[in-house]
Design a protein around this ligand. Structure first.
Ligand SMILES: Nc1ncnc2c1ncn2[C@@H]1O[C@H](COP(=O)(O)OP(=O)(O)OP(=O)(O)O)[C@@H](O)[C@H]1O
Ligand SMILES: [Mg+2]
Length: 272
């Protein structure tokens, strides 16, 4: 793959859902709406591509389609030169190790009955069955240390951790397979601002260290401004503006982007 090629490329992705419920829940195209409406994007290796937009604009639906956790109604997705939308389910399972997700609510995504080291080691059981139990455990401990949790935490259960620590566990689990792309859907919105800022700093360090590409989803421009290299502004299922972070934040072109920016008293320095 050359530098010019995108790591992830999506073309005209669409997803429609039934509107509401009750009396209007009858079937038919008129009773559906486009949660994602012809979205195209290109994410280059090493960048942090952020999607920002208000609640309900379709961010999560889009992210889940990009990983084929939800089937698109139409459109095409190419990851590392392979068309994800054309893979069989067995091929997709193998490809998944390169595409990992970090969730908004780490607690809901961690099995409460498993010790933290098991939670982090679990993806290795599935994708690297040749490893011994001891090797899996050692890799899990090393990854936990890397995200700031030393060995004494490894035998504990998720409920014993703070929100920020749980997010670190979620990140360790996402990174244990050394993915190429990490999709983080509102990774800091459940955290205090200062804990969230630490988490974003950690994500940035890990990006350098492991050569990661990020797709970051957030409703918050200040969060996006801390880490994005490129920003897509999403509204009602579609991108209204896409550009370099600096450009979108300092010289927004679209009225909706200007509106979002006006609602934020001050933005942190753009680091990209
Ligand atoms: N499985 C589903 N069935 C029907 N409608 C859905 C489904 N999933 C999402 N929607 C609707 O699609 C729209 C987009 O939802 P989505 O969760 O993608 O938005 P979002 O931008 O991630 O919002 P938030 O910031 O609140 O997480 C919303 O109107 C939502 O109610
Ligand atoms: Mg969402």
């Amino acid at each position: 793959m050359t530098d010019q090629e995108a790591l992830l490329q999506a073309t005209e992705l669409c997803k429609r859902y039934q509107r509401g419920g009750g009396a209007f829940a009858a079937r038919g195209a008129r009773n559906t709406f486009a949660a994602v409406d012809r979205v195209s994007l290109r994410i280059a290796a090493g960048e942090t591509f952020a999607i920002v937009g208000e609640s309900g604009c379709g961010k999560t639906t889009l992210a889940r389609m990009l990983l084929r956790l939800i089937e698109p109604d139409s459109g095409k997705i190419i990851f590392a030169g392979r068309e994800l939308t054309a893979l069989s389910s067995a091929e997709l399972r193998r490809a998944r190790r390169h595409l990992q997700m970090v969730f908004q609510d780490p607690y809901a995504s961690l099995n409460p009955r498993m010790r933290v080291s098991q939670i982090v080691a679990e993806p290795l059981e599935i994708h690297e069955p040749a490893l011994s139990r001891a090797e899996r455990q050692e890799r899990a401990l090393a990854m936990l240390r890397r995200v700031g949790l030393n060995d004494e935490f490894a035998t504990r259960y998720p409920h014993e951790f703070s929100g920020g620590q749980r997010q670190r566990i979620g990140i360790a689990r996402a990174l244990i397979l050394r993915p190429r792309l990490v999709v983080a859907d509102e990774p800091v919105s459940a955290l205090d601002v200062s804990v969230g800022a630490q988490m974003l700093a950690l994500l940035r360090e890990l990006q350098q260290e492991f050569g990661l590409t990020y797709l970051l989803i957030s409703h918050s421009l200040p969060v996006v401004a801390q880490v994005a290299t490129r920003i897509a502004v999403m509204r009602a299922g579609a991108f209204v503006e896409v550009g370099d972070a600096e450009q979108v934040l300092r010289q927004p072109q679209h009225a909706y982007t200007k509106e979002l920016l006006a609602a934020v008293p001050e933005l942190p320095q753009v680091t990209a």
